[in-house]
Ligand binder design. Structure first.
Ligand SMILES: Nc1nc2c(c(=O)[nH]1)N[C@H]1C(S)=C(S)[C@@H](COP(=O)(O)O)O[C@H]1N2
Ligand SMILES: [Mo]
Length: 349
């Protein structure tokens, strides 16, 4: 029997009950993939009704309407993808921006199954005048000064039709049909991008000849800087996380294997370094090669916990594009993309 919404939400750390927004429990992130009931949820509106169809139109030669069965009849692709909300870590920003008060755990990795977006778009035959593609969710409602708007995002047509981008229209998560909170019956999964690009409850795809300037494209998910012009939020910034020892735990003196994850939208991650003293020396951790192109990597570090008392632990990742985590949160008005080095402390007894 299908589980009720309340049952599927019970294991998460709730941030807001309606629309439901919740973080993963911290210990869920020690795993390679995140079980669906432990995967963070971020929704701007309540879970909508969806009529089960996906319409592809706009400036195309062959407008289409597809059902779940039509998608299932196409070649299926499976991939593990780390999704992180652009607002993850907002609570670490000073001064505190407006928006959902996410701590550190609006990030998870699931196994997604679906069809490649570029194949679906190919069937619709976008016309040469196409520039962008909009993706509309079935969810909508009152938002800021708007009476009723839907969640719509756009991607450049060149990105959407690029086979190498491996964007999915996913209908399964961790081997099961998508749950209501994660976008049933199908959603977009855009690897390497912050989560807002991965439109849930996908209902309509339109190829357009100009820019898309909707609320969630140009007024939210923008880096609004104090001293220069705004930029859209796109790829996930490089980030490392310590998962063991757990934050604020008390551990016996001796040898301790520190473990954690690291990920980047401009990955793979090429090094993780550990600091045991606050400002000071950085020591190289052992970094595992990526198990998949779009999924966080494991790292570990052998720590000799010589002295009893409180110890500060930090992990700093660098990626293939040469990006390294900053010491202080990169502030912007809406508090996106906080990839500052996290400080975690443990007590050694
Ligand atoms: N239709 C729709 N899709 C959406 C959203 C939304 O509010 N509506 N939120 C986006 C944001 S901001 C994130 S971080 C991810 C979260 O996906 P999840 O809830 O499956 O973890 O969904 C994205 N897709
Ligand atoms: Mo998000």
């Amino acid at each position: 029997m299908a589980k009720s919404l309340a049952e599927t939400r019970a294991a998460l750390t709730m941030i807001q009950p309606g629309p439901f927004n919740a973080e993963a429990p911290p210990d869920a992130l020690t795993r390679d993939t995140t079980p669906t009931p432990l995967h963070y949820v971020r929704s701007n509106f309540s879970v909508p009704a969806h009529d089960g169809t996906l319409t592809i139109g706009g400036t195309v030669g062959n407008a289409l309407t597809l059902t779940l069965d039509d998608l299932r009849a196409m070649p299926a692709i499976e991939q593990n993808v780390t999704l992180e909300c652009a607002g993850n870590g907002r609570l670490g920003q000073t001064p505190l921006p407006t928006g959902e008060p996410w701590g550190r755990y609006a990030v998870s990795t699931a196994r997604w199954t679906g069809v490649l977006l570029h194949r679906v778009l190919q069937q619709a035959a976008p016309s040469l005048s196409g520039v962008n593609v909009t993706f509309e969710g079935a969810d909508h409602g009152r938002y800021d000064h708007h009476e009723d708007i839907a969640f719509v995002r756009s991607l450049a047509l060149g990105h959407a039709i690029d086979p190498a981008a491996e964007i999915l229209i996913a209908y399964e998560m961790n081997g099961e049909p998508l749950s209501a909170d994660h976008g049933a019956p199908f959603r977009l999964i855009v690897p390497n991008w912050y989560g807002m690009a991965s439109v849930k409850w996908l209902m309509r795809i339109n190829v357009i000849t100009g820019q898309y300037e909707g609320e969630f494209q140009t007024r939210h998910y923008m880096y609004e800087h104090a001293d220069r012009s705004s930029e859209p939020v796109t790829l996930m910034r490089v980030r490392a996380r310590i998962t063991e020892p757990a934050a604020r735990s008390s551990i016996p003196a001796g040898t301790c294997r520190m473990r954690g994850k690291a990920w980047s939208g401009t990955g793979p991650v090429t090094s993780v370094e550990i600091s045991l003293t606050g400002e000071g020396e950085w020591h190289p951790a052992e970094l595992e090669p990526p198990r998949g192109r779009y999924q966080w990597q494991d790292w570990s570090f052998g720590w000799q916990t010589a002295t009893v008392g409180r110890h500060t632990l930090r992990a700093r990742a660098t990626d293939a594009a040469g990006n390294t985590q900053p010491e202080t949160p990169p502030w912007n008005r809406l508090g996106y993309g906080n990839n500052a080095i996290e400080v975690q402390y443990v007590d050694v007894h």
